[in-house]
Design a binder for this molecule. Structure first.
Ligand code: FAD
Length: 411
């Protein structure tokens, strides 16, 4: 078995670090007060300040020029499609060296299936690909993924948004909730019921529409301020008699979920990589602090209970990292999607990062709670990770169902 990081991947990681150091960090430093004071970062209504959006756009577009923004994107759409092992290791590296930065995560590389050259867009008609993809690939324009609703999260079949055909158009009505990037996106991949009978049987009947967010009938009502922040990235959307041309159906009518599934695995693996990287950053900080902070006449690193916490973090990270790498290898090398393994990895890694941050804060004592050390920002990020892209419970459900159907393999 060879666990060496592939040379190409290592080169990408090195180039990415150089890009961050040369382009992003100076921009962050110049705009520190805007980016790292939430009262400046968000407007009253919870949206990011337009100047923050400008900075994000600058970084996105520079990243696209340098080839990072689209490197994980679908080949068919003009991306490099570098594959799950690279996606995982890149996410790990970014968050191991630069966690909790405002212009890095989800800016340099977009969320794998809800933005950028997401595989969902494979289903766009050729004329629409020609029209929209160039600006999506150059990162001038962004997307959001409109599936969740007030009464439908884990149980996506519970959506109520309806689309009714009217000649060459569809008329859509409904409400969406928790849609990331919705307040800023140019386009939405919007899911709606197109065949109530099929939908009632949970056999289909849901279609995906490519929608311009500036269209009449598409309104971002409010931003959901999330987890200790004055604002957020996700929003509630009202769809009121929104008219969408038939040609904007992504993929086949009534089979929108098959499009949603494309890329979702990369998303889960990317999240796992982020957790693995960020956890390593927190542990490094805890190890360093334990060696300089003294109590009872000696560094706290010499107290066994502190050593215990450090060792437990290391075991957790090692287990998470290796299971994620194995899973990425499995996705890359097998024809069948390893759904059970992806679920185990997403649930484990997102829970592991919470445990590691909790201990890292504990090792820092009062300092761990100060905003200055950014451990609390990581702790909030970690808590958030267990909900989107399938909750921990839904992933356990997938794992258990798979085992109960007879899949007891671990290789
Ligand atoms: C920050 C953030 C960003 C998001 N971005 C997007 C986005 O861009 N686009 C989008 O469409 N959605 C997005 N979502 C929505 C996300 O996918 C849902 O929040 C998630 O699927 C959970 O749904 P819910 O919140 O309705 O919880 P519910 O489904 O109501 O679940 C409530 C609780 O019940 C548990 N539960 C539910 N069913 C079962 C079961 N069968 N067995 C055991 N336990 C169960 C859940 O695990 C949870 O603990 C985002 C969410 C967040 C928090």
């Amino acid at each position: 078995m060879d666990f060496t990081i592939p040379e190409d991947t290592q080169e990408i990681i090195n180039a990415l670090k150089q890009f961050i150091e040369k382009v992003v960090i100076p921009l962050e430093e110049e705009n520190h007060d805007l980016l790292y004071n939430e009262r400046n970062y968000y407007l009253e209504d919870g949206r990011r300040h337009p100047k923050v959006e400008e900075l994000r756009k600058i970084v996105r577009m520079e990243s696209a020029k340098a080839g990072f923004y689209t490197m994980l994107g679908d080949k068919e759409l003009g991306g490099e499609q570098l594959g799950p092992i690279t996606a995982l290791l890149v996410a790990e590296a970014i968050n191991k060296f630069y966690p909790n930065r405002k212009l890095i995560d989800q800016v340099i590389i977009p969320s794998p299936f809800t933005n950028g050259l997401t595989p969902v867009l494979r289903g766009l008609k050729p004329s629409l690909k020609e029209k929209y993809l160039p600006k999506i690939a150059s990162a001038e324009e962004t997307l959001c993924f409109g599936l969740t609703e007030p009464d439908a999260g884990s149980d996506v079949w519970g959506i109520r948004t309806k689309a009714v055909r009217d000649g060459d158009e569809w008329v859509i009505n409904g409400t969406k909730q928790w849609i990331s990037n919705a307040p800023y996106a140019n386009y939405c991949m919007l899911f709606a019921i197109t065949n109530p009978e099929l939908h009632a049987q949970r056999k289909g009947g849901i279609s995906c529409f490519f929608v311009e967010t500036k269209s009449e009938g598409f309104t971002v009502d409010s931003v959901i301020a999330t987890m200790g922040s004055l604002g957020g990235d996700a929003a509630i959307i009202t769809i009121d008699n929104l008219r969408v041309p038939h040609e904007n159906v992504i993929g086949e009518v009534d089979h929108g979920f098959t499009k949603a599934i494309h890329g979702i695995n990369n998303g889960r693996l990317g999240m796992s990589g982020k957790c693995i990287g960020s956890a390593q950053w927190a542990l490094k900080k805890a190890v360093e602090y334990a060696q300089i902070r003294k109590t009872f006449g000696k560094p706290i690193a010499e107290h066994q209970m502190i050593q215990n916490m450090i060792a437990e973090c290391a075991m957790d990270i090692y287990a998470a990292r290796n299971m994620a790498l194995h899973c990425a290898w499995k996705i890359e090398n097998s024809k069948k999607t390893p759904a059970k393994e992806i679920s185990m990895v997403k649930a484990y890694c997102t829970e592991m990062v919470g445990r590691v941050y909790d201990k890292a804060i504990q090792i820092h004592g009062g300092m761990g709670l100060s905003n200055e050390l950014e451990l609390e920002a990581g702790y909030r990020m970690a808590r958030l990770m267990r909900i989107p892209d399938g909750t921990s419970e839904i992933h356990r459900r997938t794992v258990a169902r798979s085992l109960l159907k007879g899949d007891l393999t671990f290789s």
